[in-house]
Design a protein around this ligand. Structure first.
Ligand SMILES: Cc1cc2nc3c(=O)[nH]c(=O)nc-3n(C[C@H](O)[C@H](O)[C@H](O)COP(=O)(O)OP(=O)(O)OC[C@H]3O[C@@H](n4cnc5c(N)ncnc54)[C@H](O)[C@@H]3O)c2cc1C
Length: 450
């Protein structure tokens, strides 16, 4: 046997080996959507290859709040959101920011977002979000019954804390609206809040408890799904970037990567915030913006809450994860810019002190930022592309991709198996953004809640 010592030669051989490899199904992207999809497809006996440009679960699916939301997946009184957003833009410490720039994709996105912020469309969306959330909850139960997995799943609900009557009244009105959809939420006075979470500051005067939440450790969730996918025989290729496609009419013939060319039967696009960058080459315009968010993770304090909290006025989520406590907040439309704004970071730290004691003593902080794949209507894009018959889109999960990972994987497996999907996919098709005659255009927006 001849051993090459020159790494360039070895790399060249690897590239040649990968070139022109035939594959059944290629999934692009190794976040929660990609690994969950890989698992469900492999369960059906399909041969699956997942290609990831970095490492598995390294981006949005890594440092997020880990909430599995099926209750107060809250439509933020959508008609008021643009006005509130404008006010926030003038406040350097607010959780929301748009970097002013003449970017046609961003301008189109903002225009569609503004059109989406009306009551009729918001109400239509609530039902869709709740059915996706319920589908995911059911699939978590199924997963625990079928597989031995541990990613810190706890179903304790979520407590929303209020320090002002005005914001509580708005929260109560939302609870009332959601009640019509069957969502149960309890309105609490100061004593009621303390019965659920004794360690809150005197400034907290009211709360809303919603049972239909679970929480997980996101990184462990992704890696458990990866393990299950691998056990089912999924091929995982990391540190390999998809750079383009070769097409013929309505078919993708090949997927071009930094390690060569792959020839698939079907392609699933699960590249999160990068999905619209990739589909440019296909002349398929997906309105997805990277919506950057921050998280700060601390070694758990003795006064750590025992269930996830939402600090309503400050738009901050607090999630206990094992022996750590994570704060998440901020939505910045700044493109792919990983820098962290220190003023906004400081605003998160100081705001938490208004709600909980002992927070200033927290140590061992990890600061992280990631890009939510945001669509203008805050609904994901799930479905077979109309333009390319062997392309399935599974992207645009915005603020709730951890919640919708399992259900998206299941739905994609049903699309590929040509089974009836467990949820009507019509309002989730990409064509809703540019083909008004062929789909119902449901352009709502729901609350940015983490
Ligand atoms: C601060 C914050 C808090 C959040 N909290 C919650 C929460 O509590 N609950 C919830 O449900 N959701 C939450 N989310 C949203 C959730 O994290 C995302 O919706 C979800 O992680 C998206 O998963 P994904 O697999 O689509 O994308 P990602 O995890 O970003 O994965 C996409 C992958 O595609 C890869 N990729 C991109 N381009 C290429 C290419 N050319 N070739 C190969 N690979 C490529 C990327 O490297 C990446 O690994 C939060 C997000 C943020 C930022």
């Amino acid at each position: 046997m001849y051993i090459y010592h020159n790494t360039d030669i070895v790399r060249g051989i690897v590239v040649i080996c990968h070139m022109n490899q035939k594959k059944d199904i290629i999934i692009i992207g190794g976040g929660i959507i990609g690994v969950s999809t890989a698992y469900y497809l492999a369960l059906q006996g399909r041969s699956v290859t997942l290609i990831e440009k970095d490492n598995i679960g390294a981006d949005s699916s890594h440092g997020n709040a880990g909430l599995i939301a099926n209750g107060f997946a809250i439509p933020m009184a959508a008609p008021g959101v643009p006005a509130q957003g404008l006010k926030w833009l003038l406040d350097a410490t607010s959780p929301f920011f748009i970097k002013p720039r003449l970017n046609p994709d961003l301008i189109r996105w903002l225009w569609k977002f503004r059109s989406a912020c009306n009551e009729k469309q918001m109400l239509q969306s609530i039902g869709i979000l709740l059915s996706l959330g319920q589908g995911s909850f059911d699939l978590f139960d199924e997963l625990f019954a079928k597989e031995k997995v541990d990613f810190g799943y706890e179903k304790k609900g979520r407590l929303i804390l209020f320090t002002s009557k005005d914001s509580f009244d708005k929260g109560a009105a939302t609870a009332d609206l959601l009640h019509k959809y069957g969502v149960e939420a309890s309105l609490l006075d100061a004593d009621g809040v303390r019965r659920i979470e004794p360690n809150v500051m005197p400034a907290v005067t009211q709360g809303i408890y919603c049972a239909a939440y679970a929480h997980i450790s996101p990184d462990r969730f992704v890696h458990e799904m990866l393990r299950l996918a691998k056990d089912q025989g999924v091929e995982i290729i990391t540190e390999t970037s998809v750079s383009g496609f070769e097409t013929s009419g309505p078919h993708i013939l090949s997927v071009l990567t930094t390690e060569g060319r792959f020839i698939p039967n079907q392609v699933v696009l699960a590249a999160g915030a990068w999905s619209s960058v990739l589909t440019r080459n296909l002349k398929l315009r997906l309105p997805i913006q990277p919506a950057k968010g921050y998280s700060l993770t601390y070694k758990g304090p003795s006064t750590s809450p025992h269930l996830p909290l939402s600090l309503s006025e400050r738009m901050i989520a607090l999630t206990p994860m094992g022996d750590t406590l994570r704060f998440t907040s901020v939505l910045e439309l700044v493109g792919f810019d990983p820098s962290i704004n220190q003023q906004r970071l400081e605003a998160i730290r100081s705001s938490v002190n208004e709600y909980l004691p002992g927070m200033e003593e927290l140590k061992q902080e990890t600061i992280w930022s990631g890009y939510r794949p945001a669509t203008p209507d805050d609904l994901p894009i799930i479905g077979r592309s109309e333009k390319f018959k062997n392309l399935i889109l599974a992207t645009g999960h915005g603020t709730l991709g951890m919640t919708y990972g399992l259900i998206t994987g299941k739905l994609v497996s049903q699309i590929i198996a040509e089974e009836q999907p467990i949820i009507d996919l019509t309002p989730l098709r990409a064509e809703r953004f540019y083909n008004a005659n062929k789909t119902h255009i449901n352009l709502p927006c729901h609350i940015y809640n983490n």
